[in-house]
Design a protein around this ligand. Structure first.
Ligand SMILES: Nc1ncnc2c1ncn2[C@@H]1O[C@H](COP(=O)(O)OP(=O)(O)OP(=O)(O)O)[C@@H](O)[C@H]1O
Length: 292
């Protein structure tokens, strides 16, 4: 399988924040959801892959090419979908398209016309008068019209109403019927990822906590609920995160089979949501158990 995006031990240091040895990869034809709490390092990671900031160490490859040395060739093949500050507000949709078009060798005017129609975008409206959802769709239409092979989307659904969000997610899924395309999608709306993502990568405090297929994650991990008396240190080592209250405990475990063997039917074992996994992995209280 070809890796379209490959981060190998990438670090970047700011005064009071560091991305530490970030390693993950995305294969051609898949959607990867990139999740983490506010300030986890999602935008910094995206800025690095877009070559907007320089890494301190490690390697970033896109389509197998070093991202710093091949910036222009790579940008031709990438669509960056972002809602703010990307476009000149005073230009109309049509004028903005005419401005962008010469930058791409593979620009496809008939495809652009098709997306404008499909997304219901007003060609004569100024960019600054478009709603957030429209801006996002316009950004997506531009990315698709130059036949981008990799879409990099920074929080594409945040601030969109459920109807527009669904439309955008449907458009993404439709797009991925073309197996040549891949999507890297950062968000904190985990339900969107349950719908469209093939792979999930979780980042917290500048470190990658996990990067796996969504199915693997939702099949292997489980929520365990039981009485407090059942807890001992031997049991606790099987948990990734633990919450206790007066009556009992609730924990996240990374191996459902092991838990069933250990506790039998003295506990309730439930399928976690991505939100459960994210919350347990990134909780800060004293009962947090280190991820393994
Ligand atoms: N240019 C910079 N100089 C110094 N610190 C920075 C700079 N850019 C980002 N940071 C810090 O890096 C940390 C991670 O920020 P980043 O924007 O990558 O997080 P994020 O996961 O995208 O968060 P959010 O979900 O809130 O957008 C933050 O603490 C931020 O203050």
């Amino acid at each position: 399988m070809e890796k379209v995006l490959d981060f190998i031990n990438v670090s970047k240091h700011y005064m009071d924040f560091s991305l530490k040895n970030v390693t993950f990869s995305l294969e051609r034809g898949y959607i990867m959801g990139f999740i983490g709490p506010n300030g986890a390092g999602k935008s910094t990671t995206i800025k690095l892959m877009m070559n907007l900031i320089k890494k301190d160490s490690g390697q970033i490859k896109i389509f197998g090419l070093d991202c710093e040395k091949n910036n222009i060739a790579i940008k031709e093949r990438i669509g960056f979908v972002y809602d703010e500050n990307l476009f000149y507000g005073e230009l109309t949709v049509q004028e903005m398209k005419d401005f962008i078009r010469p930058f791409y060798k593979k620009w496809d005017e008939s495809l652009f016309a098709r997306y404008i129609k499909e997304f219901n975008l007003p060609l004569k409206k100024k960019i600054k008068h478009l709603s957030k959802g429209m801006k996002m769709k316009f950004s997506l239409a531009i990315a698709l019209s130059h036949h981008a092979e990799l879409l990099i989307m920074d929080e594409p659904t945040s601030g969109l109403d459920p109807v527009i969000r669904n439309e955008l997610l449907d458009a993404l899924q439709f797009l991925l019927q073309d197996e040549n395309k891949s999507v890297f999608f950062s968000t904190h709306i985990t339900s969107d990822l349950e719908k469209v993502a093939d792979f999930i990568t979780i980042i917290n405090q500048g470190e990658i906590l996990l990067s796996k297929t969504k199915d693997e994650l939702l099949e292997e991990y489980c929520i365990v609920k039981g009485r407090k008396e059942l807890l001992n240190s031997n049991h606790q080592k099987h948990f990734i995160g633990l919450k206790k209250n007066k009556y009992g405990f609730e924990a996240l475990a990374g191996n459902k089979r092991e838990i069933t063997k250990l506790f039998g039917d003295s506990v309730v074992v439930e399928k976690p949501s991505l939100d459960d996994i994210l919350l347990f992995l990134t909780r800060k209280d004293e009962d947090r158990v280190s991820p393994h």
